[in-house]
Design a protein around this ligand. Structure first.
Ligand SMILES: O=c1[nH]c(=O)c2ncn([C@@H]3O[C@H](COP(=O)(O)OP(=O)(O)OP(=O)(O)O)[C@@H](O)[C@H]3O)c2[nH]1
Ligand SMILES: [Mg+2]
Length: 197
């Protein structure tokens, strides 16, 4: 099976990439699985694209191999697009999913059902040493529920209801999430590249 390195240390993302890439007969290997300890890449960009490029290019140069990175997050319209690129660290540097959820629910406390629209965004960057980095973007539209439900997935999944569903992303089976997610919608735009691998 062909392999591709994913520049992530997020276990939830890594699992989703494994499942999503299996369909293309490609094994996705996260930084958590490499024998060599790789440093954390500082996400100093101001956009998803800049941060995805930083992660993919730094690790591609370090390992001298093609590397894919995912920079993703949740944009809530009532919060002017926050948490956005700061999604992982919204409630602090410790990257605590529950604290992040609590903070969002508190900030949306007074916002009625109609005004709770949001979307997940995923920007993928593929860095190949010596070549221009490639970018693809995927979205998943939905709304923020008034309470959290479900244990599947990661991040904000327990409070995000995708359009067309009555369940939160964390109440969906992983296969169902992987059929509608922002990550899936970014990957399908990469199919041409994946086939040339
Ligand atoms: O409910 C969710 N379902 C998802 O499918 C999802 N995708 C992203 N997110 C949120 O956005 C942050 C990414 O930030 P991020 O791209 O910097 O990744 P990260 O810091 O977690 O890991 P790494 O890939 O950088 O190593 C994550 O931590 C989450 O809070 C999601 N939340
Ligand atoms: Mg990160």
């Amino acid at each position: 099976m062909k392999k591709v390195v994913i520049a992530t240390k997020n276990k939830g993302k890594a699992l989703e990439f494994k499942s999503l890439f299996k369909k293309y007969n490609i094994e996705a290997i996260s930084l958590l699985e490499l024998e060599k300890e790789v440093p954390d890449v500082e996400e100093t960009g101001t956009t998803f694209q800049e941060n995805a490029a930083l992660k993919a290019e730094e690790i591609a140069n370090l390992l001298n191999t093609p590397v894919l990175a995912d920079d993703s997050g949740l944009e809530i319209d009532a919060l002017d697009g926050r948490p956005g690129i700061f999604s992982a660290r919204y409630a602090g540097e410790q990257k605590d999913d529950q604290a992040n959820i609590d903070k969002v629910l508190k900030e949306l406390k007074e916002v009625p059902e109609k005004g709770r629209s949001a979307r997940f965004v995923c920007v993928l960057a593929i860095a190949i040493p010596g070549e221009e980095t490639i970018f693809r973007t995927g979205y998943c539209e939905g709304e923020i529920n008034t309470e959290q439900k479900g244990d599947n997935g990661f991040g904000y999944d327990p409070i995000f209801i995708p359009n067309g569903y009555e369940l939160t992303m964390a109440e969906l089976e992983p296969e169902e999430k992987n059929s509608i997610s922002h990550r899936k919608n970014a990957i399908i735009q990469l199919e041409d590249w994946l086939k040339t691998m």
